[in-house]
Design a protein around this ligand. Structure first.
Ligand code: AHR
Length: 349
């Protein structure tokens, strides 16, 4: 697996170099670049003080797999428009090789002075990170961490997914205790394989689940989507009805599980407790109906912090920490429909 994937990535980088001259237009294809030689853009060029309006950001998004992702993309497009940032948006359609080739092309693009990556996977970027470093291109990670030496990027702005997992386990413990169940068998619908959000939520949940004797009896990816997660939950229920809880890695996966639970003649929030992540509007609706018991927030509105950090980076500021954790909370069906509806009205996602 590793060898062929690394080979595929290396081939992708090479292919991207070849393709760069002849790609068609449209956001989802590799950015068109002139064949001008790479310009080394040393941060804080002598005497120049960069501002938001000086940013030309090559933004490599994962794809459009969830409501959370749509809110994250909107945060970048809207903030760029408001602040006068030039945004070259690339939708990788959830393919790692697309991200790597776009990254390579943004390194080659003399107009781009900052590359922002929402990483699909925790590995696979070493080659292009080294290229960016050699070309003195500022790199900022947003949303997801990667397994790379932090000297290869300026800063990472994103969630503490392990802590989210802790909060998820605590919430599941409270829900199962309130439901007065003796057994605590929980099935897990995990995020896309390789994504730090899923890896770390799973780790965090397992670090705390022992506090009330939870056992994860089955786990499978739902790839962040409703239909696939519904099918996964249907299969879990066919295997065993001895399930007291669902640990779903995002709202879409929780909603898919809820649909399957209902079609199996069971009552979500009563027969089976459901915990989700993101706290998007759809998640809130499931809390308000009582079908989801808890929703652990993941904040998608990261663009302002990312652009501010990019300006600091171009101005040679060395005080920005390597990780800036996002501010986020937790929401519970127990807060009641009125309070949750009032909150929902104030939220941007
Ligand atoms: O990285 C954040 C995760 O990515 C969200 O929880 C999920 O909805 C999205 O796909």
């Amino acid at each position: 697996m590793m060898k062929s994937r690394t080979l595929r990535i290396a081939l992708t980088v090479a292919a991207a170099a070849v393709l760069a001259g002849c790609s068609s237009s449209g956001a989802t294809t590799a950015p068109v670049v002139t064949t001008a030689p790479v310009v080394t853009t040393a941060p804080s060029a002598a005497g120049k003080v960069f501002t938001l309006k000086d940013l030309t950001v090559g933004f490599i998004q994962t794809g459009s797999e969830s409501g959370w992702r749509a809110a994250n993309t909107a945060s970048f497009k809207e903030t760029a428009a408001t602040e006068g940032v030039t945004l070259k948006f690339y939708d990788a359609q959830n393919k790692l090789e697309n991200q790597v080739s776009a990254f390579h092309n943004f390194v080659q693009d003399p107009s781009v002075n900052v590359i922002v990556l929402a990483a699909l996977d925790v590995t696979g970027y070493d080659t292009v990170l080294a290229e960016a470093k050699a070309a003195n291109k500022l790199v900022v990670l947003e949303d997801r961490r990667i397994d790379a030496d932090s000297s290869m990027y300026y800063t990472y702005i994103g969630s503490d997914f392990i802590n989210e997992g802790h909060e998820g386990a605590k919430a599941m413990c409270d829900l199962l205790t309130a439901a007065k169940v003796t057994k605590k068998n929980v099935v897990e619908i995990s995020g896309a394989v390789g994504a730090s959000a899923g890896i770390d939520r799973a780790k965090g949940f397992r670090e705390k689940m022992g506090d009330c004797g939870i056992t994860v009896t089955a786990t499978q990816t739902g790839n962040w989507g409703v239909p696939e997660s519904k099918a996964v939950m249907e299969a879990f229920l066919k295997q065993s009805k001895d399930i007291q809880g669902v640990f779903a890695h995002n709202d879409e996966e929780a909603i898919g599980a809820i649909q399957a639970i209902k079609e199996a003649g069971l009552v979500p929030g009563k027969d089976i407790q459901v915990v989700g992540f993101d706290a998007t509007a759809d998640g809130f609706k499931s809390l308000i109906s009582g079908e989801m018991g808890a929703d652990i927030e993941c904040n998608p509105l990261l663009a302002p912090q990312v652009f501010d950090a990019a300006v600091k980076g171009l101005n040679g500021d060395t005080t920005v920490p390597k990780w800036v954790p996002s501010q986020e909370g937790q929401f519970f069906a127990a807060q009641g429909a009125d309070a949750l509806n009032a909150l929902l009205k104030t939220r941007k996602y």
